[in-house]
Design a protein around this ligand. Structure first.
Ligand SMILES: [Zn+2]
Length: 115
C-alpha cells in the first residue's frame, strides 16, 4: 500500500500521483535511498584477515627469513590500510609496525647466531 508523502493518505501501489492532493508519489525513491547507503558500506573491504596474516608474517620474520617475512608484513599491512575502515586501521598499523620491528630484530638475531 502506497502512502502520499504530502498528505499521508493511502493510494494504490502503482499510483504516480496522489489521488487526493495530486502530489507526486515519491515513496519509491525514498525507499531506495537507504539501500544505496547500505551498498556503499558493504563495498568497504573487510581487511581483518589480510592484516592478521601481516601480523603473523611479522612474528615469523623474528625467527625465519626476516627480510622476506618482514617486507611481506609491511606490504600486507600497507595494502590492508589502504582498504581499511576507520576501526580496522589500527590493526593494519600493528602489522606494519611489528613488521619493521621484528624484521630488524630478526636480522640482529640472525647475525648473533651466525657468529
Ligand atoms: Zn496526497
Amino acid at each position: 500500500m502506497g502512502f502520499c508523502p504530502k498528505c499521508r493518505r493511502e493510494n494504490p501501489n502503482d499510483a504516480v500521483f496522489c489521488a487526493y492532493c495530486a502530489a507526486p508519489m515519491t515513496a519509491v525513491p525514498k525507499v531506495a535511498a537507504p539501500a544505496a547507503v547500505m551498498s556503499t558500506t558493504q563495498q568497504q573491504t573487510d581487511v581483518k584477515p589480510i592484516a592478521t596474516v601481516g601480523i603473523i608474517c611479522a612474528v615469523l620474520s623474528l625467527f625465519f627469513f626476516p627480510p622476506i617475512f618482514g617486507i611481506s608484513a609491511i606490504l600486507l599491512g600497507a595494502y590492508a590500510l589502504s582498504k581499511a575502515s576507520e576501526e580496522q586501521k589500527s590493526l593494519c598499523w600493528y602489522a606494519i609496525i611489528f613488521g619493521v620491528i621484528f624484521m630488524i630484530l630478526g636480522i640482529f638475531l640472525g647475525m648473533l647466531t651466525a657468529f
